[in-house]
Design a protein around this ligand. Structure first.
Ligand code: CA
Length: 234
C-alpha cells in the first residue's frame, strides 16, 4: 500500500465488478486492494487496514453479513455494502449491522463515486468539527476530538454514525430531538433518508451500550416526538 492516498479494500467475488471497482477507484486516486472471498477479505483487512471497505453481500464462502460483523468487531472503518437489485430488506439489515452506506447492483460510476465522497466527507467532518471537549459523567465519557467513548472504563468500538448520534444526544442532554433533527445532526447528507433510519441507529446504539431496557435506558424514547438523552443513572 502506498502512503498518502486513501486505501480501499473491495471484497467481491464477481471479477467483472472487481475489475470495474479497481479501474474506477484507481483513477480517483485510491489505492485498491481486492479480495474475492469473505475469508480472503478478512485476511486482507487485517493486513492492510484500509481506510474504506466495499463489501459484496453475496460471497462464495462466508456470508457477507458475517464479514461485516467481524470487521465491526475490529474496526469502525466505513463500509459500503453492495447487494443485488430488489433486496430492500438487506438495506435495513445492512444499516442495522453497521454498514455506513448501501449500493444496489448494477450501479453507475457516478453513484459509486458520490457514495464514496459522501462517506469521506462525513469522516473528514467528524474529524474536524468537534471542539476539544471531553464529556464525563462518571460512567460515560466521550472524547469528541479523539472520537472515543468509554462506559464504566471500557473503550467501546463505534461506527462514525453511532459516535455522532451519541454525541448529538449527549450535547443536547435533557432535550427531545426529533428523528429529523437527529438525521441533520448525525448524518452528513440526510436528504432522502427516512426517519426510520434513526430508529434503527438508536436501537443499535442502545444495544452497543447495554442500554436496551426502555425503563432504564439513558436514551429515552419520547413517543411521537423523538429521543432524549436523560443521563446515566449512578
Ligand atoms: Ca457476489
Amino acid at each position: 500500500m502506498r502512503h498518502g492516498e486513501p486505501s480501499v479494500l473491495a471484497i467481491e467475488d464477481d471479477s467483472d465488478i472487481r475489475d470495474l471497482l479497481k479501474a474506477l477507484l484507481s483513477r480517483e486516486g485510491y489505492s485498491v486492494e481486492e479480495a474475492s472471498t469473505g475469508r480472503g477479505g478478512l485476511k486482507a483487512f487485517h493486513q492492510t487496514r484500509p481506510d474504506l471497505v466495499i463489501l459484496d453481500l453475496g460471497l462464495p464462502d462466508l456470508d457477507g453479513w458475517q464479514v461485516l460483523e467481524r470487521i465491526r468487531d475490529m474496526s469502525d472503518v466505513p463500509v459500503l455494502v453492495l447487494t443485488a437489485r430488489g433486496a430492500e430488506r438487506d438495506k435495513v439489515r445492512g444499516l442495522n449491522a453497521g454498514a455506513d452506506d448501501y449500493l444496489t447492483k448494477p450501479f453507475s460510476r457516478v453513484e459509486l463515486l458520490a457514495r464514496l465522497q459522501a462517506i469521506r466527507r462525513r469522516q473528514a467532518a467528524s474529524a474536524q468539527k468537534e471542539p476539544r471537549f471531553v464529556y464525563d459523567d462518571g460512567r460515560l465519557t466521550i472524547d469528541f476530538e479523539g472520537q472515543q467513548v468509554t462506559l464504566d472504563g471500557e473503550l467501546l468500538v463505534m461506527t462514525p454514525t453511532e459516535f455522532r448520534l451519541l454525541s448529538s444526544l449527549v450535547r443536547h442532554a435533557g432535550q427531545v430531538l426529533s428523528p429529523t433533527q437527529l438525521l441533520e445532526l448525525a448524518w452528513d447528507d440526510p436528504s432522502g433518508l427516512a426517519p426510520s433510519r434513526v430508529k434503527y441507529a438508536v436501537l443499535r446504539l442502545r444495544k452497543k451500550l447495554g442500554w436496551e431496557d426502555p425503563s432504564t435506558s439513558p436514551i429515552e424514547t419520547v413517543r411521537g416526538f423523538g429521543y432524549r438523552y436523560a443521563g446515566v443513572q449512578h
